[in-house]
Each structure stands twice: as C-alpha cells, then as structure tokens.
Design a protein around this ligand. Sequence first.
Ligand code: MLC
Ligand code: AMP
Length: 469
Amino acid sequence: MPRPLLTSLYRDDRTDRPIVTVGEQSMHKEDLLLAGAAVADRIAGAKIVAIDATAGIDTVIAVVGCLLAGVTAVPVPSDSGIAERRHILADSRAELWIGPRHDDLTIVSLTVDSNARSSATYPEPDPNLPALIIYTSGTTGSPKGVVVSRRAIAACLDSVAQAWQWNAEDTLVQGLPLFHIHGLILGVLGALRIGSPLVHTVRPDPKRYAAAAGTLYFAVPTVWSRVCADPVSARILAGARLLVSGSAPLPIQVFEGLRELTGIAPIERYGMTETLITVSTRYDGERRPGWVGLPLDGVRTRLRTEAGELAPHDGKTLGQLEISAPTLFDGYLDQPDKTAEVTTGDGWFSTGDIAVIDAEGFHRIVGRESVDMIKSGGYRIGAGEVEQALLEHPAVVEAAVIGVHDADLGQRIIAYVVGDTVDQPELIDFVATNLSIHKRPREIRVVDHLPKNAMGKIQKKILAQQHHT
Ligand code: MLC
Ligand code: AMP
C-alpha cells in the first residue's frame, strides 16, 4: 500500500497536543482522522466535491475527508462572487458542495459536523489520482482548473521539508487563504504530512502571528511588509526558527527589515499553482535578498531566451523559466490546448516568469512575461478576467486593467474604463460581488478613450506610463 499522503495522522506519537488549530477551534490528530472519515462516509461514491474554503476547521475536516476517500476536492475561494462560483462549480463538474447553502447552488450541499466521528477505515488511494482542482487565473478568460495529483503534493511537501528541515517539533503558524497552494497545500497538508502542529490565525495579521508563538511562519510579502510595520509584533517573532516568504517577490527592504527586527534572514521560495514549490533557499544555505534560491530535490530548471535558445546560467542573462519536476500538475481540467501552450515538446513547463540563474544555481525572479498577469497581495489575477467582468456592467463601453506598483500589495489593480455614467464605487463593488473581493480594482479611472495601436489593440504600456507620470 502506498505511504499515506497525510502520514502523521496515522502515527500514534505526540497525541498530547492538537495537530490543527484554526482560530478558536483545535483538533487532535485522532479526532481529525475520525471526523475526516465521517465526511468520507457521506461523500463516498462522488468523484469531485467542491468545498467552501472559508478559513475554519470545517474546511480542514472536509479536505481531509476528500483525501481519505480518494475524492477530488475543489476548494472554492471564500470571497468568490456569484459568477466566479458558478463558473468553478460548472467547470469542475462538482457533484456535491460542502459548506453553507447558497441560493444559486444547483447541486446537493452538506455541512461538516465537526463533532461527527466514524471508525471506517479507508485504504490509501492511488497516488496518481487527482487530489485537488485549484482554480487560477490566466491572462485572458475565466479561471482554469489546475489538476494537482496526490503524488505531486507528496513530492512537494517532502522536498520542502528537506530544504527547511521542517519536522514534527515545529509549530507552523500561518493565516493564508485555504484555497491556494500556499495556505492549503503547504500550510495545511504540509503540517498533516509532517506532523508539525498548525496554528492558522484565520487572517494573516501581524499581531495574531506574534501571539501564536510558532517556530515556522509562512506568509506572502504583503504580510511580511505589514509585520515590519508593526515592530512590536515583529520582535516577538525573533524566537522562531524560520520565516518563509513566497507567492510574490519579497522586496529587499522587507527582507532587511525582517532581519533587523527579528534577527532572522527570511527563507524565500518560489512556486506556482501548476508546479507547486520548486525553488527555495535552504535552512542551512545562503539566504540572499532578492533571490529565491536553488531548485528543490527532484526539480530541474532552465531558461529560454526570446529567440528560443537556452540561456547561460551567468547571473545576468534573462530567460523564461522552465521547470521539470515530479510536482508538476496533470494539466488544466478539460483544456488540453491550454495545457499544451505551457508545455514544451520535451515535457517541461513554461512558467511565464522571467528569471536569471547564476553559476551557483541561485535563481532570481525578475518579472512576468505578460503584463496581463497581476500579483496583488500574493493573489494571481488575470487582467482579462477583470476586464470581462467590467464589460458586463451596462455603463462600461471599454475597459483595460493594469497592475501598478504598490508598496503594500506589490501590485494594485487599476481599471481604465470608457463610459458616460460610470459610478466608481459601484463598479468596484460590481467586480467584488461577481468575481471575488480580492480581484476588485482598487481604483477606477474614467477616460474618453483608451490608447490603441494601428491594429486596434489597447496599449497597456502607455497606460502604465501615464500612471507613473
Ligand atoms: C473592501 N472589502 C470589500 C470591498 N472593499 N468587500 C466587498 N466589496 C468591496 N468592494 C473588504 C473585504 O471584505 C475585507 O473585509 C477587507 O475589505 C479587506 O479585504 P482585502 O482588500 O482583500 O484585504 P487586503 O488587506 O488587501 O489583503 C491583504 C492580504 C490578502 C495579504 C491579507 O491579499 C491575502 O490574504 N493574500 C494572500 C494570497 C495568497 O495566499 N496567495 C497565494 C497564492 S498561491 P474583512 O472584514 O474580511 O477584513 C501562489 C503560489 C506560491 O502564489 O508560490 O505560493
Ligand atoms: P499562483 O499561480 O497564484 O500560484 O502564482 C504563481 C506566480 O507567483 C509565479 O508564477 C510567480 O510569478 C509568483 N511567485 C511565486 N513565488 C514567488 C517568489 N518567491 N518571487 C517572485 N515571484 C513569485
């Protein structure tokens, strides 16, 4: 039988402490296993189940239940609006919904009973089965379902555990959303595989991080920047073993600020929903501000120039980063053409990130190939998806969305719209309620016309320049 994905739940050591705490609710591992089995009993027979991934213990139990039963889980963003949720449910063909009922749901729903226990045992499912389908934005169109296998998750967690010397003596603290790989795969499944207790703070707030007294902390750069802005909380983190940053570039001043306030140089790691975590600095290795480190165990990387040639690893030649790894996704759900677009002929994945690699193998992520892929607060947001949502509003004739530098969020979404009767707060709300709250533009600029080239294509570079002048 394969090794269980959630290995630590089957070990009878360290049963004296909860394995998971989310907010005020805690569970020991034997209870989590029995509560997960109770969910597994109720969903048996389904292939794909959607979970309202609100940050709470119920979400953890629901995901564990799906993984025990070998059912593919689709974590639905807790702030999803109507149109986004409808798209995710229809596209994934989820048969059941675990979470509070919504009026627009057309499938059977059930809620987790965190007090339910089942003694049913489930044989470990085939590692090649899809564990999760995570929806993520492309440059255009609606979010695509990224199919992530159990095998890929196991490989990712084992390689990061090795690089960070992450072990059962660590207490992990994080408060990230439970519908992305950072908060869910690394931050929940990692703890359950390794057996290091997780304290999830519901929100990634500096004061809550400080109060949680962990040894290992995960956050996106926006959160680390807010930690630096709260020196009292930051200094409390000095007792930790590791502070890990990922999901977006960690500004050098935030790296230095953390080092100054806590005495700890943060670990930077690089990843993507489609590849999981692939490059990282190591617990016992160099931590260089602005650089994300070395490929993890089992990962190979290479750079491809615009001319299509392999770039030298000289620390200065830019290229598109390509990855070969056991952690790669199985493809975009039902979209073999889109999967083919990001896969090279010899099976490598093209990340769309521009990077350099130096002679020692250290990687620096320089930026994204496309301006239409925005990272705001660590969330990946496709400009096309927000433009599409804006165009659904009757007052909007044309729309162009860009990401501009923001000291807090990394990038902030600005929408340029053409239309006579545009009410700006109403339009922001319209995107928040249809798409999701974190995809809303932070600012709307009403213009007479959008800059276009001779082919009629909107010139976003000009909009970005105008913003900075
Ligand atoms: C504001 N709010 C609105 C609103 N305007 N609500 C509805 N409609 C509107 N028009 C409310 C929100 O509900 C919320 O309320 C509050 O305003 C703030 O919301 P926000 O703007 O979203 O919060 P913000 O401060 O911007 O969030 C920062 C953040 C967040 C860092 C906490 O961006 C975050 O959690 N980021 C993590 C993203 C992440 O995990 N990415 C990993 C991707 S995986 P209230 O009351 O709820 O506060 C990946 C791969 C890898 O990248 O390598 O890891
Ligand atoms: P997502 O698909 O939400 O998983 O986002 C993946 C993207 O986040 C990558 O393609 C990068 O652009 C970005 N990213 C993740 N980690 C880092 C990092 N440490 N430094 C720079 N960019 C990062």
